[in-house]
Design a protein around this ligand. Sequence first.
Ligand SMILES: Nc1ncnc2c1ncn2[C@@H]1O[C@H](COP(=O)(O)OP(=O)(O)OP(=O)(O)O)[C@@H](O)[C@H]1O
Length: 332
Amino acid sequence: MMDPGRTMDPFIELDGVEKVFDVRRKTGFLKRERHRVRAVDSISFSVARGEMVGYIGPNGAGKSTTIKMLTGILTPSGGRLRVAGIDPSRERTRLAHRIGVVFGQRTTLWWDLPLIDSYRLVHRMYRIPAARYRENLDRMVELLDLGELLDVPVRQLSLGQRMRGDIAAALLHDPEVLYLDEPTIGLDVISKTRVREFLRGLNAERATTVLLTTHDLQDIEQLCSRVMVIDHGRLVYDGALAGLHEAGESERILVVDLERELPPIAAPSPARVVRVEGPRQWLAFPASASAAGLVARIAAEYPLVDLSVREPDIEAVIAKMYAERRAGRPVA
Ligand SMILES: Nc1ncnc2c1ncn2[C@@H]1O[C@H](COP(=O)(O)OP(=O)(O)OP(=O)(O)O)[C@@H](O)[C@H]1O
């Protein structure tokens, strides 16, 4: 594992970066109040070439604002920021040739045009050499299974198809870094797996640096060796995912269906029943522990019909982590 913050070849570098928005709020008839929102508050980190990093945090934490500064759409209010040695807001066009961006919630493809027409436009916009374009397009079509979709107008694509189309569009010009904002949001399990497999392959083959914003813990688990957590504009954790679990002392939930309604299961500590609804009971247990022993014990003592284990979602992990921080325990 690469040591976060002490990377060999920093490709993305932020040093005390800030973004403050001046917001005017209507407080009465003809009355407006100005106030300042510190969306990003003195953030420093560096990402090495070829790293895949998860960038997570609750709603409004400052993730999108960071990504917008990294692409040059927004200018930082303070601090120093470099991507591939370039100051993004000063040389946005030059940087655009080296980065790719995918937003899960909106498409960069032309809605009414067949998919292939969007790619032709990207080809011209980025002045990609013809042979390179052809080669990349063929590769994307194969890896992302886009063959049947090229002549379909984007508005007719399913969400998963559209996402694959968007990822291909972001990569046709061979960017060295890819920013992904919720790339699996709303996708079914098969589409999610496909997108993740593709990203893993891309990173392994081309050493593309990836910065990934997501609410899906599995995205992080399956793709990122490192995760950064931002809250209220501040970086509150930077390290391995396993460390985050420990920091948040996160829990998994065992959902148990019994034959009939019974009093709460007497589970061995620290596992405990957190909810009962008819014959169904929910037990929380530490994420780091195996479920096997707990399941065996319940199966031996209770009339078990069915069970499933739920992974904690990222919000739950973060919420736990904040509780720890408020209690004064360091997390990173
Ligand atoms: N253009 C803007 N003008 C004023 N305030 C803004 C602007 N953009 C973002 N903010 C504020 O900055 C803060 C951070 O927003 P940001 O969109 O970066 O959060 P986020 O972590 O991406 O959240 P989400 O997960 O909901 O997308 C929020 O309080 C938001 O209201």
